[in-house]
Design a protein. Structure first.
Length: 248
C-alpha cells in the first residue's frame, strides 16, 4: 500500500486474531507498530512474533488506562499517524436472557473503549496539527441484528454511528475516519462461540463465497483504509464478508 512506510501505528486488540494479523501486515508495509492487549501472557507471547513492535497491557474501557497506553504508544512511535481501533469482545445470550453485567461489559469495551481511544488519539493529532487516519472495528452486526448477540449488535451499531460522527467533525482537521464491517472471520473469538460443525454449516448456507474469511484478509482491508490509496475515503463502512450481507 502507498503511504504506510514509516507511519506510527497504534493497534488496540493487537495481540491475537485480527489485531495480531494487522500488526504483521503493517510491519510488512514498513510501518512502525505498537500493540495493546488486555492480557500480559498473551502480549508476551505475541511480541516475539512481531519483531520491532512495542506493546502494553491496558483496559480500553478505563480512561486512565487509555491515557497511559496512548502516551506509551506516542513515545515508542515518536507520534501516532494511524489508529487501528480494534479491541472488542462478544457475549452471547438471547435478548430476554441478556445479563446486565454482560451488556455493560460489552458496551464498555466495544463502544466506550472505542470512543476513549479514538478521542485520546484524535486530540493529539488535532493538537499537533498532525494529519492522521483512524479505522474503527465495527461488524456486519452493525448493519443487521443477529440472534443471541444483543449487546454485541448494539455496541457495533454504536461504533458505526461514532465513526460517522467523527468523520463529520474531524475531516476538516486532516483526520480521516472509517470503519470496517467484517462478517464471519476465523478468529479465536469466533471459534470460542460455536463448534466447527456449526461454522461449516453456516458458511455453506450464508456466505456466497462458501467459506469464512481470514484475519489476514481483514488486516489487508485495515491497511487499505489507512493507506494513501484510500485518501478520499472518509466516513465509510467497508464490508468484508464474502457476500454474507447480500443474502436474503
Amino acid at each position: 500500500m502507498r503511504g504506510l512506510a514509516g507511519k506510527g501505528t497504534l493497534i488496540t486488540g493487537g495481540t491475537s486474531g485480527i489485531g495480531l494479523a494487522t500488526a504483521r501486515r503493517f510491519l510488512d508495509e514498513d510501518a512502525r507498530v505498537f500493540v495493546v492487549g488486555n492480557d500480559r501472557a498473551e502480549l508476551d507471547s505475541a511480541l516475539p512474533t512481531i519483531s520491532g513492535a512495542g506493546g502494553t497491557v491496558a483496559d480500553v474501557s478505563l480512561e486512565p488506562d487509555v491515557e497511559r497506553l496512548v502516551a506509551e504508544a506516542e513515545g515508542f512511535l515518536s507520534g501516532i499517524d494511524v489508529l487501528i481501533n480494534n479491541a472488542g469482545i462478544a457475549v452471547t445470550a438471547p435478548f430476554l436472557e441478556t445479563p446486565v453485567d454482560g451488556w455493560d461489559r460489552t458496551i464498555a469495551v466495544n463502544l466506550r473503549g472505542m470512543f476513549l481511544v479514538a478521542r485520546a488519539v484524535a486530540r493529539r493529532m488535532a493538537g499537533g496539527r498532525r494529519p492522521g487516519t483512524i479505522v474503527n472495528m465495527a461488524s456486519t452486526n452493525a448493519l443487521g441484528g443477529e440472534t443471541g448477540f444483543t449487546a454485541y449488535n448494539a455496541s457495533k451499531g454504536g461504533v458505526l454511528q461514532l465513526t460517522r460522527t467523527m468523520a463529520v467533525e474531524l475531516g476538516a482537521q486532516g483526520i480521516r475516519v472509517n470503519c470496517l464491517c467484517p462478517g464471519f472471520i476465523d478468529t479465536p473469538l469466533n471459534r470460542a462461540l460455536a463448534d466447527e460443525d456449526a461454522f461449516v454449516a453456516y458458511e455453506r448456507s450464508q456466505i456466497p463465497l462458501g467459506r469464512r474469511g481470514t484475519a489476514d484478509e481483514v488486516a489487508a482491508a485495515y491497511a487499505f483504509l489507512a493507506s494513501d490509496d484510500a485518501s478520499f475515503i472518509h466516513g465509510a463502512a467497508l464490508v468484508v464478508d464474502g457476500g454474507q450481507t447480500a443474502v436474503m
